[in-house]
Design a protein. Structure first.
Length: 54
């Protein structure tokens, strides 16, 4: 999970939460029903925000 979470955003159907990590750069994808980490996606260092569209 993110060490320094930044800019959480929910999927349009609220089934996933996406959280960027401003320290290391990966984005965490979390199943909002279970709270389990589904995946991490490398996106680069120090992301400043996140937007999710349908």
């Amino acid at each position: 999970m993110a060490q320094q979470p930044e800019g959480p955003a929910a999927s349009p159907d609220d089934s996933f939460v996406y959280v960027t990590n401003s320290a290391a750069g990966p984005m965490s994808i979390i199943d909002s029903g279970t709270g389990n980490l589904v995946a991490t996606v490398p996106i680069g260092r120090e992301p400043e925000g996140l937007a999710v569209t349908s």
